[in-house]
Design a protein around this ligand. Structure first.
Ligand SMILES: [Zn+2]
Length: 160
């Protein structure tokens, strides 16, 4: 067997790729080309890894958005309570009676002096037909901080 690069006779040749053509070369000339088979292996496993990374990236936003979105008492809960009470033409006393609480409790809630308990919040929501919770999407908030100018609306549109 002769090396196709230097022409030297050799007992063992290796197939390498030099400028897109495959040639048989000796051990010494191997360094000038890429070994064909190992090069293929490297590129295909690289592609698989890249594919895996891509898939991960694509799946991550929606799943973490779901798991990390939570509800919190709205910052303007006191205004919501007072506004809904007035709309329904109820006094603080009447509302208190309606939900079996003290009038002073309603007054405190409407002055933001007190946050309603889970149970109290539900009674207020049902009686006044309002929502006192707000959805807080922690993932989205973090993201918009990182990316700068994007609004929550932009991110939602991008991911759907
Ligand atoms: Zn050679």
């Amino acid at each position: 067997m002769n090396c196709e690069l230097c022409g030297k006779e050799t007992s063992h040749t290796t197939t390498v790729s030099v400028e897109n053509s495959e040639i048989e070369v000796c051990e010494e000339c191997k360094a000038y080309g890429k070994e064909v088979f190992s090069a293929d292996k490297v590129s295909s496993s690289k592609e698989k890894v890249l594919q895996r990374i891509k898939n991960k990236k694509r799946r991550k936003p929606s799943s973490s958005l779901d798991s990390e979105s939570e509800k919190e008492l709205a910052f303007d809960y006191s205004e919501r309570i007072e506004g809904a009470r007035i709309e329904q033409d109820l006094t603080q006393e009447e509302l208190a009676k309606e939900i079996n609480e003290k009038k002073s409790m309603i007054a405190k809630l409407e002055k933001s002096d007190m946050r309603p308990s889970e149970n109290l919040r539900q009674k207020l929501e049902q009686t006044l037909d309002i929502e006192l919770l707000e959805e807080i999407e922690t993932t989205t908030t973090k993201k918009s901080e990182e990316t700068g100018g994007l609004t929550i609306g932009d991110l939602i549109e991008e991911e759907s």
